[in-house]
Design a protein around this ligand. Structure first.
Ligand code: AMP
Ligand code: MN
Length: 330
C-alpha cells in the first residue's frame, strides 16, 4: 500500500530531479535484475527529460542482462570523483553496499524496498511493500510525466520478474500486475525477456547445476535443503561462480522443501550464503543476524566457519523459521 507520506516524498524527489541536470545512478554490489532494471528504467526516463546520466556500479551486470537496452552503458568502478548534481541509489539498503566511494559527497536520493534500509540519503523513499524496487521507479517515472516507452517498460518488467523469483515470492500484489499490465501495453515482449534471462544457459552452467544439485542435502525434517559450491567444483565443471546464479531457487521446486541455504566458498572458511524460502518463512531474520539482509523470501549474508559447521547452523536456524511461520498461521 502506498501511504500519503510516500506520495509526498516521491513528489519531492520528482521536484529535485526536475531541478537538476547531471545524474549518477547506482545500485548494490553484484547487481541483480532489480538493480539493473531499476537503474536503466530511471536512466531512460531521465534521458527523455534531457538529463545527463552516468550509470556506475561496483560490479558488471549479470551476462544475460547485457542484451537489454542501455545495459552495456553501465560503467564499473569502485570510486567516483564527481557525484554530479544528484546520485540516485536504487535497491540498496546501505550506501556502503554500493561498493563505490565518493557518493557520500553528493546529493543522494535513496529509493529502496529492503527491510531495514538505513536512510543514508539526503532524500529517502522506502516502500517495503513493493515487490521490486522497479515498482517504485515505475511510480516515479509516472510522477515525472515521461512517456512509458518500451525501454522503460522492459526494464521495469525485468526488475519485477527477477525480484519476485519469476512471480513466486509473497510480496506480489495487485499493483505488481497492474504495473506489468501497463508494461505489456507499452509493447514489451514477456516471453522474449523471460527467455533471455532464464533460457540462455551455457552448457557449463547446466553441468554445474547438475553437480551442485547432486550434492544437495536435506535436514532430518525434510523441509530444509542445503547446497554449496566451492572453487574445485566450479573448476571441475568448467563453470564459474557467476554460473551458479539461480541455483538457489531450484530446491524450492520440491513440494516439501520450504527453505534453502546455498553456500558459495568466498575464501578459506569464508562463505557467502544465499537463502530462499516459501510463504511466511522469514530468511531475512537469519541474514540480519549475520550482518546481511534482503527480503522475507530472499536474503543473503556472509558467514565464517567450515562448511559442515555452517550447514548444521543454518539448517537449525531455517527450521526454527519454518516452525515460527507455522505458529503464525495457526
Ligand atoms: P542473493 O541471495 O545474493 O541473490 O540476495 C538475495 C537478496 O538479499 C537480494 O535482495 C539482495 O539484495 C539481498 N542481500 C544479499 N546479501 C546481502 C547483504 N550482505 N546485505 C544486505 N542485503 C543482502
Ligand atoms: Mn529488489
Amino acid at each position: 500500500m502506498t501511504t500519503a507520506t510516500e506520495v509526498s516524498v516521491r513528489a519531492r524527489i520528482a521536484d529535485e530531479i526536475r531541478r537538476r541536470q547531471r545524474f549518477v545512478l547506482s545500485s548494490h554490489v553484484r547487481p541483480d535484475g532489480d538493480a539493473i532494471g531499476s537503474q536503466l528504467a530511471m536512466a531512460f526516463a531521465l534521458w527523455q527529460l534531457g538529463k545527463e546520466v552516468r550509470l556506475l556500479n561496483h560490479d558488471a551486470p549479470p551476462t544475460p542482462m547485457m542484451v537489454f537496452p542501455g545495459v552495456p552503458k553501465i560503467e564499473v568502478a569502485s570510486r567516483i570523483e564527481d557525484p554530479g548534481d544528484a546520485v540516485i541509489v536504487m535497491e540498496c539498503g546501505e550506501l556502503s553496499r554500493t561498493g563505490v566511494e565518493g557518493f557520500e559527497r553528493g546529493f543522494v536520493i535513496n529509493i529502496d524496498h529492503h527491510l531495514g534500509n538505513t536512510g543514508y540519503g539526503t532524500l529517502n523513499w522506502f516502500d517495503t511493500s513493493a515487490a521490486a524496487c522497479g515498482e517504485m521507479v515505475f511510480d516515479l517515472v509516472r510522477e515525472l510525466g515521461v512517456e512509458l516507452t518500451r525501454e522503460i517498460a522492459t526494464h521495469v518488467y525485468i526488475a519485477i520478474l527477477t525480484d519476485t523469483g519469476a512471480f513466486h515470492y509473497s510480496n506480489i500484489s495487485a499493483r505488481t500486475f497492474d504495473i506489468c499490465r501497463q508494461c505489456v501495453e507499452a509493447g514489451i515482449d514477456p516471453p522474449g525477456i523471460a527467455g533471455a534471462i532464464y533460457d540462455s544457459n551455457s552448457l557449463g552452467r547446466l553441468k554445474l547445476f547438475g553437480a551442485v544439485m547432486s550434492k544437495m542435502e536435506l535436514d532430518s525434517s525434510g523441509h530444509v535443503a542445503t547446497v554449496y559450491v566451492d572453487q574445485q567444483l566450479a573448476r571441475d565443471c568448467g563453470g564459474t561462480y557467476e554460473d551458479t546464479e539461480g541455483i538457489v531457487n531450484l530446491p524450492l521446486t520440491v513440494k516439501d522443501i520450504d527453505a534453502v541455504a546455498f553456500f558459495k566458498e568466498a575464501g578459506p572458511d569464508d562463505w557467502r550464503v544465499s537463502m530462499r524460502s516459501k510463504g511466511e518463512v522469514d530468511v531475512n531474520a537469519i541474514a540480519k543476524q549475520f550482518g546481511g539482509g534482503g527480503h522475507k523470501n530472499a536474503s543473503g549474508c556472509n558467514a565464517s566457519g567450515t562448511f559442515e559447521e555452517l550447514k548444521l547452523k543454518f539448517q537449525r536456524l531455517l527450521l526454527q523459521q519454518i516452525e515460527a511461520s507455522r505458529k503464525t498461521q495457526t
